[in-house]
Design a protein around this ligand. Sequence first.
Ligand code: API
Length: 276
Amino acid sequence: MRIHFTKMQGLGNDFVVIDAINQSVRLDARQIRFIADRHFGVGCDQLLLVESPVSENADFKYRIFNADGSEVAQCGNGARCFARFVLDQSLTSKRSIVVDTDAGQLVLNANEDGDITVNMGVPRFEPKQIPLLMPEEALVYTVFLNGDQVTFSALSMGNPHAIICVEDIETAPVSALGKVLESHPLFPERVNVGFMKIMDRQSVKLRVYERGAAETLACGSGACAAAVAGIERGALERVVSVQLPGGSLKIAWQGRGHSVYMTGPAVSVYEGQIEL
Ligand SMILES: N[C@H](CCC[C@H](N)C(=O)O)C(=O)O
């Protein structure tokens, strides 16, 4: 099977994007891991499949797979790259695109300056909606890991996030602690782990150990989760610049019950074909 793909990136979080509308594509977890492999395959953090919509009012459906082959329901940087892809491939000429995902519908807007604004939906805080095995919702949770007390916020952006505030982003234990928390039994579907340094009331620095992909240069849903956690704690204003290793995203959230809006770039790197 020969598959045509586009390699894309959003702040260095990179993707293999495949038009599964005009190509017949069926991939299993092993094949996705092969494509994502940075030595034997194309290499990417996530693989995105662009499909026909399932809802009447949607323009497309898109599916997201981590480099480990796991299918997930939300990807912020992926949503922006998806919008850039369908416009660049002339699959639509709309500047406001409705897309079905496993987390519900997203609305993506292509801005005049080339950035994409995504309505990322309403964050969920109830433990069962994250999911998190805690008896009741809390602003922060505390667990003991390898004898160390770890305090984190937790919420779902359509995918699960734990957010840990740190004093120094450069020396934060992203790989060590991120790996342990990612697959901790408290998170029955695993979790993305963000390490956030609050710089001032309008800006944070963030590094994310992603579920199914390890540390990435940027995580869009993680940026949303971190901004929401900081706003919930009363530490941030309602519009936040989230500075990730790969670049910055603008996140806006008016509070509980409201959608989170994320704005940032999306870039096509090259087109190619792979034999499976
Ligand atoms: N690793 C995430 C999916 C990709 C999210 C990230 N790349 C983003 O931009 O939001 C998860 O397992 O939920």
